[in-house]
Design a protein around this ligand. Sequence first.
Ligand SMILES: CNc1ncnc2c1ncn2[C@@H]1O[C@H](COP(=O)(O)O)[C@@H](O)[C@H]1O
Ligand SMILES: [Zn+2]
Length: 381
Amino acid sequence: MAAAAVDDGETTARFEAEVRSWLAWCRALPKVELHAHLNGSARSSTLVELASGLGEKGLINFPEVQAILLKGDRSLAECFKLFDLIHLLTTDHNIITRITKEVIEDFAAENVIYLELRTTPKCNASVGMTKRSYVEAVLAGLKAVEAVQVISGSQENHKKVLGTTLSRPIIYVQLLLSIDRRESTEAAIDTVQLALDMRNCGVVGIDLSGNPWVGDWNTFVPALKLAREKGLRITLHCGEVPNPTEVQNMLLFQPERIGHACCLEESEWTSLLHSSIPVEVCLTSNMRTETVPVLQDHHFASLYKSKHPIVICTDDPGIFATDITREYALAAVCFGLKKANLQFLAQNAVRHIFADDKVQAELQKIFDAAAINPHEFTHRP
Ligand SMILES: CNc1ncnc2c1ncn2[C@@H]1O[C@H](COP(=O)(O)O)[C@@H](O)[C@H]1O
Ligand SMILES: [Zn+2]
C-alpha cells in the first residue's frame, strides 16, 4: 500500500516493517468491529473461485474479472464498479451464506469478539431472492460458522449459548441492514421494515451507504425517521466526499454513529466535535479511495487529540486487502500510539456498539480479563 507521505521504496519498506512489528500484539488484542460491509469483506480467493465457475460456464471473461478483483489500488468510483461486479458473483442464497460464514471466521481469527456486520438486502427474481430471503441467507451464515461460537439474536439466545459449556472461543455478531444510496424512499422503508421484523434475529440497526456521488439525503429521511421512531440505531456514511449541505443535515439528524467524516468543512467539523457522535474510522479505505491524501494527515489524529469518540474499523477488508489487526497497527505507527492507547481505543469501542447494555457488560468483562496481562492477552473466552 502507498503507506504515507512516502516517495521512495526505502521509506515504504521501513514503514511496513514498523507496521509488521505491531501485528502480533494487535492481533492478540481483543477487538470490536463496527464498520464492515459483508460483500466488501468477502475473501478474494472465494470471489476468484466464484468468478472461475462463471467463466467455465462462459458467462464472464474470467481472466479479465480476475484481474479486476485482484487489482491493488482503486479509486472510490472504481470501488463501486467493483461492488457491482462482486454482487454479480454473490447472487445466490448459498453463496451469501458461505461468504457470511467466512467473513465471521476471518474476523474471529483476528480476535474480534464483537462484530457488527452490515449488508444491503437485495432482490433478485432470477434466483427467487427477496430482501427477506437475502437476510435469511446471511443468518444461515451465522449458524454455519464452525471455528468459533457465534452469539447472536435475542437475549434468550445469548443466555442459551452462554449457559452451555463453551468449547470454542466466542464472537458476538449483530447485523445492520444498509440502505443503498441508489434506492428510492419506498425501497429504503422496506429495508427498515425488514430490520424491524428481524430484530429478534440479531438486526440492531440501519446504515446508509453506497456511492456518495449518488442519491439525495431527503430521499432517505422518511426511512431513517421510521427506524429511529421504532428504536433502531442508525449509522450514516457521512462526508466521504465533499457535500456540505448533506453533511450538515446528517449531523443535525444526530445518528448514533457516522462513518468516515473525511471531507468536512470547518463549521461542520466544529459541529461534529460538539456533537460527540462517534466516528467509525477506516484508515486504509480512506487512503485507497483517496478521500484522504496522506495517512499521516488523516483526521484520526485530530479526532484523537480532541478526545472525540472514535472506533477503528476496516470498511471493506476484502477489497482493500487489510484486516482489523493491520488497522490498529497502522494507527500505532502513523499516530505514535502506545499499547495502552490502542487498548483503550479497543475497549472504548464497546460503548458505541448498537447491542444492548447486557452485551456491553459482557464485553467489558472480556476486556477487563484480558487487561490483566496486557502483554500477552492470553484470555479468550
Ligand atoms: C469504500 N467506501 C464505501 N462507501 C460507501 N458505501 C460503501 C463503501 N464500501 C462499501 N459500501 C457499500 O457496501 C456495499 C457492499 O456490501 P453489501 O453488498 O452491502 O454487503 C456496496 O455496494 C456499497 O453500497
Ligand atoms: Zn463503509
